[in-house]
Design a protein around this ligand. Structure first.
Ligand SMILES: *Cc1c(COP(=O)(O)O)cnc(C)c1O
Length: 429
């Protein structure tokens, strides 16, 4: 693989952009080496600045479930752009996409558009606090809800009562309102709820976790959270930024048959443009300004180009529901294929999968929460795997803690190439 122009571009970028990137994980810091600069992409493939063609398993970190430059989405953006790019007034297309989202997702009456998943989660928590009149939230170690202050909290060792910030700049004052729980551990959640009686506004969770590898909820876990919330008046917030419109037309609520009170969206809902959203039943959503007291706003929220891309994407997914089965099958095929070659090559591994989310962990123990994900991260081996795959034209996320995002643009031939590369690379371990 040629790595010349990307390298030069990275050198230039670092002079004027912190770390050369506008979002940290892109910098390849965890795996070493220098990032690939992409020139264009189409379908399942990225073409970088050195002319390398890569099979893409990141798909812009989730949004491009139908692959790059998907024609109906592109056409919608281009046609919309010709009419002007932003007005700061209501437009019809905002209602259209809201109607479609409300139709596809269970248990929501209204939806508000924002510009990122971060904004969606941040706003959802403000709404939960305003609605309940309570201040604390419970989040799970290893779950990512964007980079707003309340969420940048990690577990200390031992029993955690108060969160400690894991980024300088997050104040202790903010951190103390975020309680940390262990994923897939209902008892732990019950203890936190008991110890902070009548102070908790919401429990926010990735209902299938995707930011510590892919970790599906254990049997009964989501149902148990629903019960706790029903008994205590705590709101259950599903952060479906990654899972929404990916794991089913109605996301994990539909797939698992568990209803949340507020649902956050991002990624797929924007079709590759910057969009986030949060949604709930009327009684909760009507707490938002301008009809309710909870303030939330955005100069570019509901931007016509972003709405056109999102509407085209959701329309594709809604009208061709076989897509969901198709990507799930492709992901299962990849899972089985990689499993076979990793076993053959005597590698310690665990593969987690739910629908079209999949992650490979280089350790034997089951990965069911952040601690087990961390123990299986095995950075030395992962880094070798990552660079080996890249060298063979396979672009996976440059971090042992990321899910692979399967797109329906991947062909079985692409999957076979990926399985062959896995075989070739891990033979040398
Ligand atoms: C990506 C992601 C976010 C943050 O979305 P941004 O658009 O990057 O701000 C929040 N929650 C989950 C579950 C995500 O995967």
């Amino acid at each position: 693989m040629i790595y010349k122009r990307s390298s030069q571009l990275f050198t230039e970028a670092q002079k004027v952009i912190p770390g050369g990137v506008n979002s940290p994980v892109r910098a390849f810091k965890a795996v070493g080496g220098e990032p690939v600069f992409v020139e264009r992409a189409e379908g399942a493939y990225l073409y970088d600045e050195d002319g390398n063609k890569l099979i893409d398993y990141i798909n812009s970190w989730g949004p491009l479930i139908l692959g790059h430059a998907h024609k109906p989405v592109l056409d919608a953006i281009i046609n919309k752009a010709k009419k002007g790019t932003s007005f700061g007034t209501p437009t019809e297309i905002e209602t259209k996409i809201a109607e479609l989202a409300v139709k596809m997702v269970p248990n929501i009456d209204k939806i508000r558009m924002v510009n990122s998943g971060t904004e969606a989660c941040m706003s959802a928590v403000r709404l939960a606090r305003g609605f309940t009149g309570k201040e604390k939230i419970i989040k799970f170690a290893g779950c990512y809800h964007g980079h707003s202050d309340s969420f940048l909290i990690q577990a200390g060792s031992g029993a955690v009562t108060f969160g400690t910030p894991n980024s300088p700049g997050v104040t202790q004052g903010t951190a103390k309102d975020t309680l940390l729980a262990r994923y897939n551990d209902l008892e732990n959640v019950k203890e936190l709820v008991e110890a902070n009686k009548d102070e908790i506004a919401c429990i926010i969770i990735e209902p299938v976790a995707g930011n510590m590898g892919c970790i599906p909820p254990a049997e009964g876990f989501l149902e148990g959270l629903r019960e706790i919330c029903d008994e205590t008046g705590i709101l259950l917030v599903f952060d479906e930024v990654m899972t929404g419109f990916r794991l089913a037309p109605g996301g994990v609520q539909e797939r698992a048959g568990v209803n949340a009170d507020i649902i956050c969206f991002g990624k797929v809902i924007g079709g590759g443009l910057p969009v986030g959203a949060f949604a709930a039943r009327n009684e909760i959503m009507d707490y938002l300004a301008p009809i309710g007291p909870v303030y939330q706003a955005g100069t570019l929220s509901g931007n016509p180009l972003a709405m056109a891309a999102g509407l085209a994407m959701l329309t594709e997914l809604d009208s061709k529901r076989e897509i969901f089965k198709s990507i799930d099958k492709k992901t299962e095929y990849l899972h089985k294929g990689m499993e076979k070659v990793l076993l053959k090559n005597n590698i310690d591994f665990t593969i987690n999968r739910e629908g079209s989310m999949i992650s490979v962990h280089f350790g034997k123990e089951p990965v069911r929460d952040f601690d087990s994900a961390a123990r299986s991260a095995n950075l030395g081996i992962f880094n070798k795997f990552f660079h080996g795959m890249l060298e063979n034209g396979i672009y996976i996320a440059p971090s042992a803690y990321e899910t692979w995002f399967i797109s329906d643009a991947l062909s079985y031939e692409d999957l076979d190439k990926t399985i062959e590369a896995t075989d070739k690379v891990t033979q040398e371990f």
